[in-house]
Design a protein around this ligand. Structure first.
Ligand code: NAD
Ligand code: IPM
Ligand code: MN
Length: 362
């Protein structure tokens, strides 16, 4: 195949800026194959235009595309909205609607950024972790849920943390499959000492390993310990597999091993008969939106994951990652990864620099 239709979801906050920079960065690939980009609405931008954070038209367009590049959604403007009219609800509906139960979040330390991390260089040097986060279950989607009032007039809020066996089985298989192509070690993170849902999680992960992946080493950590171990000695981890909310938290934490949330890409996959969604781990960064300050590399590296996992172009994925590496070698840095002696660039210029570097590799 040499032509791909890609839905772009520019979203909110820094979303449009990093989307523009990402499209510019991968433009040189048009020498090799055709990329047809088509924008669609999601999140706050979609609420403003249509009243819904995930309009049917967007869903239909996505289902007809080969892949989806999402920047980020959300912002203070919509924070007071009722739940069904919040940008985040649109993002969750998209993931669920497309069956994207597996979220791969690689935290691979780049040697040029050793001093960008808040941790000591000898702690982070060589870190290469893949966080496999379950994405369509857990307390995010459990019912019943809500805010209600007791007879005595006190309000209470509740969500239901629930996992079905089949959900744990399939995410465990993703983690073990990923591990087989890496260091063959999986650490499953849960709270089985307290939560029944975690006890089930642990039982199922153990069974899948025993029956199907005896060649992969499996260990377990409680999530509180895992949060600590991640900054104490992160090199102990190869693949971490965990539920939706623990994975959300631990992946933001892992981003600081690399040096910035603006460096962490992700792939939301799991439905082989439909498109995946490729999205940075970070949010819409309202504090720096519209100022050309955002780091587009997390989204550019997400585009590399799209090439690898959805478009069947692993060589081009490698080339794009090499181009990013070369730009970091040249010392270009947005504010979040600025170090001594680096050349400051904005979001737009960072995208152009990656395009130039990629051009040279083609
Ligand atoms: P955030 O990730 O948007 O920002 C956290 C901090 O990291 C901010 O200081 C921000 O400036 C910085 N940052 C994030 N991305 C950056 C980048 N590319 N370059 C440089 N700095 C970057 O998290 P938040 O502030 O807690 O949330 C803001 C909004 O984003 C909320 O509405 C939240 O729900 C939403 N959100 C969306 C997604 C998503 O779309 N996948 C993910 C997380 C948060
Ligand atoms: C992420 C975000 C989302 C999540 C929010 C915005 C719904 O934090 O992609 O990490 O919690 O999954
Ligand atoms: Mn998050």
């Amino acid at each position: 195949k040499d032509s791909y239709s890609i839905t772009l979801l520019p979203g909110d906050g820094i979303g449009p800026e990093i989307t523009t920079a990402t499209v510019a960065a991968i433009q040189p690939f048009s020498k090799l194959f055709k990329m047809e980009f088509k924008e669609a609405l999601i999140g706050g931008a979609a609420i403003d235009a249509t009243g819904s954070p995930f309009p049917d038209a967007t869903f239909e367009q996505i289902k007809a595309s080969d892949s989806v590049l999402l920047s980020a959604i959300g912002g203070p403007k919509w924070d007071g909205n009722p739940r069904e009219q919040r940008p985040e609800t649109g993002l969750l509906a998209m993931r669920k609607g497309l069956g994207l139960f597996a979220n791969l979040r690689p935290a691979k330390v780049v040697r040029q950024l050793l001093d960008a991390s808040t941790l000591k260089p000898e702690i982070v040097d060589g870190v290469d972790i893949m966080v496999v986060r379950e994405l369509t279950g857990d307390v995010y989607f459990g019912t019943p849920k809500g805010i209600e009032t007791t007879e005595s007039g006190e309000r209470f809020g509740y969500n239901n943390m629930i996992y079905y066996e089949h959900e744990v089985e399939r995410i465990a298989r993703v983690a073990f499959d990923v591990a087989r192509k890496r260091g063959k070690r999986v650490c499953s993170v849960d709270k089985a000492n307290v939560l029944d849902v975690s006890q089930l999680w642990r039982d199922v992960v153990i069974r899948i390993q025993k029956d199907e992946y005896p060649d992969v080493e499996l260990t377990h950590q409680y999530v509180d310990n895992a949060a600590m171990q991640l900054i104490r000695w992160p090199k102990q981890f190869d693949v971490m597999v965990t539920g939706n909310i623990f994975g959300d938290i631990l992946s933001d934490e892992a981003s600081m091993l690399v040096g910035s949330l603006g460096m962490l890409p992700s792939a939301s996959v799991g439905n082989p008969s439909g498109p995946g969604v490729f999205e940075p781990c970070h949010g819409s960064a309202p504090d720096i939106a519209g100022q050309d300050k955002a780091n587009p590399l997390a989204m550019i590296l997400s585009a590399a994951m799209m090439l690898r996992y959805d478009l069947g172009r692993p060589e081009e994925a490698d080339l794009l990652e090499t181009a990013v590496d070369n730009v970091l070698d040249q010392g270009y840095a947005t504010a979040d990864i600025m170090r001594d002696g680096c050349k400051p660039v904005g979001c737009k210029e960072m995208g152009q620099r990656v395009a130039e570097a990629l051009e040279k590799l083609l």
